[in-house]
Design a protein around this ligand. Sequence first.
Ligand SMILES: *[C@@H]1O[C@H](CO)[C@@H](O)[C@H](O)[C@H]1NC(C)=O
Ligand SMILES: *[C@@H]1O[C@H](CO)[C@@H](O)[C@H](O)[C@H]1NC(C)=O
Ligand SMILES: *[C@@H]1O[C@H](CO)[C@@H](O)[C@H](O)[C@H]1NC(C)=O
Ligand SMILES: *[C@@H]1O[C@H](CO)[C@@H](O)[C@H](O)[C@H]1NC(C)=O
Length: 348
Amino acid sequence: MQPPHLLLFLFLPSLLPGMWADPEAQPEVIQYLLTGVFANISSAEVSCVGLVEDIPIIALHPANWSIHFHWPWVSQAAAEGEGEKLMSQYKIGLRNMIRFVHNMAQQTKQHYPLVVQSRAGCVLYPNTTRQSFLKVGWGGRDLIAFEVDKQHWEVQQASQVAELVSESLNRQKSVTVLLEHLLSTWICHKNFLTLKKYGREILEKQELPVATVFARTPSPAQLLLVCHVTGFYPRPISVAWLRDGQEVPPGPALNTSSILPNADFTYQLRSVLAVTPRDGHSYACRVRHCSLGTRSLLIPWENGSPASTISIIIAVLLLVATASAGGFWWWKRRKGNEAAWDTQEFII
Ligand SMILES: *[C@@H]1O[C@H](CO)[C@@H](O)[C@H](O)[C@H]1NC(C)=O
Ligand SMILES: *[C@@H]1O[C@H](CO)[C@@H](O)[C@H](O)[C@H]1NC(C)=O
Ligand SMILES: *[C@@H]1O[C@H](CO)[C@@H](O)[C@H](O)[C@H]1NC(C)=O
Ligand SMILES: *[C@@H]1O[C@H](CO)[C@@H](O)[C@H](O)[C@H]1NC(C)=O
């Protein structure tokens, strides 16, 4: 059996953190996702993508394994330091990985087709702690994970294939040493730093959220207030409903979707609040995002106006004195339109 010399970049797209209470303090993630589809004993199709946060940086052409750089600055970064050496050797690593998978499949009498995935990368926390990871999935389930500090593969499921694969990989000391180096020294430090140096403009971009408030009436006794927020980047955002100026706590009446990607590398989500029609309260949707700085976006629900049943886009940036003070709000329009909004209450 030929062991793999480089088991690069394997993995399962795992769930990344969705929403954060504090939009300022975010871990940063760099990761390489690899998928191998093995149709039969003589076939393998490998694809790989690299991402910084959610921004694709590189991809492997499945047909010829040539590397596609999504941005010119990524190839600049790749040419620096060890990147160049890696670029000259990744194909050897891929070939060894393919041979290894077929070998394991035969030894454990697996049925083709097989799908093997891996995810390798690094998380940089706001407290400057760095944590690299390398995990492998087989047939859609976690198989093994590499404990970087121990330079040791750990099984993630009780199965013959997990035992055999981890044992076999753990015997290859030169590979585990190399992986530890690649993960903690290269990906977590050099790769991170060079990418951030060259790609600052893209990686640190911020796009303002645009919020829309409208209502649905599924039944005469129920009013669903919808706050749709889109076009923002980066992903962390806080969206809340205010009832008479007080934040509505989580509960059955409140339903906030997960954050979904748009085609232009921005995000959207919606938050739906179920209320009783004409309950006498005022409602507003409040959005906080790093692109807004310390300001918030406040979009009142205005009942009665015909425009409110369809989407109205109110992109008014507000200086919010105190979010929880309640009672009233100072409204200030963007440049050149001071007269329109004073202290207002919005009553349904
Ligand atoms: C193996 O799978 C590939 C891709 O699906 C196919 O083209 C090839 O004919 C298959 N070979 C055998 C021996 O079944
Ligand atoms: C590899 O394949 C892709 C698409 O299949 C093609 O665009 C690219 O030019 C090819 N690269 C090389 C080096 O052949
Ligand atoms: C930094 O934060 C991470 C994630 O919250 C935590 O796991 C780690 O222990 C922290 N490190 C230090 C030195 O506080
Ligand atoms: C929240 O909204 C989703 C999607 O519209 C829906 O499937 C789900 O049932 C809702 N949950 C609650 C508690 O209303």
